[in-house]
Design a protein. Structure first.
Length: 487
């Protein structure tokens, strides 16, 4: 069986060709947790990226002026401030497949309010060297890092479409391409409306696919982010060269930050400081600008790690599953297929060298989200519906494996190091099974050290789940496996 997981597989083009072009070899099975960081456009030495960033700021200035002018008609708010998720790049924060929520009216109203009230000087900053889209996620809820990435992707959509079209026309046979008319590609400032354009693009399942340059991608968080702004407040206040403002900031902190203040309350106090003195944000942004080279280094490292984890390691695991098990030949109802596949995966990880999928630079990647994505990538070609993080009303479950409405099984992946493991084991899956009307469910727990195993074993004994057939432990340790030549 030929494994088709990545762009290169589906369009008969080598990974080296994609890498040489500068793009990321995306998966067409599931979104990968990467996204565009607009700071990498701003800080780049490439003029084309700098121009993209300038165009983003130009559009935000247009929105700022509209927000300052007063009440905006709901129709125009929808036209100017809302955007569908560009799901065709197969990147980001979607719950399953490549379906995301996009930027709807909640985002539009939050953005409109922030531009009119807090950031009414957007585009005319005096302290930082430039204007930044990320500024909009630093103060209030409603505009988060995923919104910033989605917004940036929409505002550089024309570039991504042209970038992909050029690659497709050079390297992809016309039988794998199609012509698509894309809405909201270019904004016309004369008519104040979005224009549609037509492109020749790679075609997958009657939709087009977009490639994204590797050097504008990152994961985890954008460079200019709220967590850093809260954490580094002392340094930011110290860097304020306006003596009067600095005195006001220190006075505020001295009054509010008592020695016994709790962390949660402390965060609220610091957040209020930035809301009360929004000009202080400029000093935080300036400090980030001055360390731009670090942002590029970190993003490059994270993209490389993601490639190692989700492409190289996953392909190695798929190869092992194809060669040494019947993982891809399991028929039957979801209960049987799901459990057999979990057991095949367990065997390959524990006994056939598959544990290496979880290691980058000899260190295990302890993230449940990574484990979920890798598990999903190994289910290519199945006739079953494999949905990630399905929410049936009682919270999201990692996977729902279904065949029609009446045959479904749930799978929860957990790390042994998860601090909430005991509570999760005692309550979570049973709640999900009832909410999803599913009679079957499995807990898969992976551990990477002897100490983690002992912790899980103790929890299972306490909960009287030691002999449960629905709980499957996977030994992901590297120090007790045979060498590569013997695996």
């Amino acid at each position: 069986m030929t494994s088709k997981i990545y762009f290169s597989d589906f369009f008969n083009v080598s990974t080296n060709t994609i890498t040489h072009y500068g793009a990321y070899d995306i998966s067409l099975i599931s979104d990968l947790p990467l996204f565009i960081d607009p700071f990498l456009l701003f800080n780049s030495t490439k003029n084309e990226y700098n121009l993209l960033h300038e165009n983003i700021i130009k559009y935000l200035k247009f929105l700022r002026d509209k927000s300052l002018a007063g009440l905006i008609d709901e129709g125009l708010l929808k036209s100017w401030y809302t955007f569908k998720e560009v799901k065709q790049n197969w990147l980001g924060f979607s719950k399953y497949g490549n379906q995301g929520s996009g930027l709807g009216m909640d985002f539009a109203r939050a953005l409109n309010k922030n531009l009119a009230v807090i950031f009414n000087n957007f585009g005319d900053e005096k302290v930082a060297n430039g204007s930044h889209l990320e500024k909009l996620c630093l103060i209030r809820d409603g505009v988060g890092k995923d919104n910033i990435s989605d917004f940036a992707t929409n505002l550089i959509n024309e570039y991504l479409l042209e970038y992909t079209q050029l690659f497709a026309q050079r390297h992809i046979h016309k039988n794998y391409r199609g012509r698509f008319r894309i809405k909201k590609v270019r904004f016309n400032y004369t008519t104040e409306s979005w224009e549609s354009l037509e492109y020749d693009l790679p075609c997958f399942q009657n939709n087009y696919v977009l490639l994204t340059p590797r050097d504008i991608l990152t994961r985890d968080d954008i460079w200019i982010n709220r967590n850093d702004m809260i954490h580094d407040y002392r340094q930011i206040v110290h860097s304020v060269d306006n003596e009067q403002l600095r005195a006001q900031l220190n006075n505020y902190l001295e009054k509010k930050l008592k020695p016994d203040v709790k962390d949660k309350e402390k965060r609220k106090i610091i957040s209020k400081l930035y809301e009360k003195f929004p000009e202080t944000i400029e000093y935080f942004i300036r400090s980030k600008e001055h360390r731009g080279e670090i942002a590029e280094y970190i993003s490059q490292r994270k993209v490389k790690e993601s490639e190692e984890l989700f492409i190289n390691n996953t392909l190695d695991l798929v190869s092992l599953l194809q060669q040494q098990t019947s993982f891809y030949d399991v028929p039957g109802i979801t209960l049987n297929e799901t459990k057999e596949r979990i057991m095949f995966l367990k065997d390959v990880i524990e006994n056939k060298g598959g544990h290496r999928i979880f290691y980058v630079d000899n260190e295990p990647c302890r993230r449940e989200s990574d484990l979920q994505i890798m598990f999903r990538l190994t289910w290519f070609g199945t006739m079953l519906d494999i949905s990630r993080e399905v929410n049936d009303g009682r919270g999201p479950v990692d996977f729902k494996v279904s065949l029609g409405a009446h045959d479904k099984s749930l799978v929860e992946f957990k790390l042994a190091s998860n601090s909430q493991l005991k509570r999760n084991l005692s309550k979570q899956l049973e709640i999900y099974k009832k909410a999803s009307d599913s009679p079957t469910g499995f807990k898969v727990i992976i551990y990477f050290t002897e100490e983690e195993y002992e912790r899980v074993d103790s929890i299972l004994k306490d909960l009287k789940l030691k002999d449960s057939l629905d709980i499957i432990l996977i030994d992901g340790r590297a120090d007790n496996k045979p060498s590569g030549s013997k695996a």
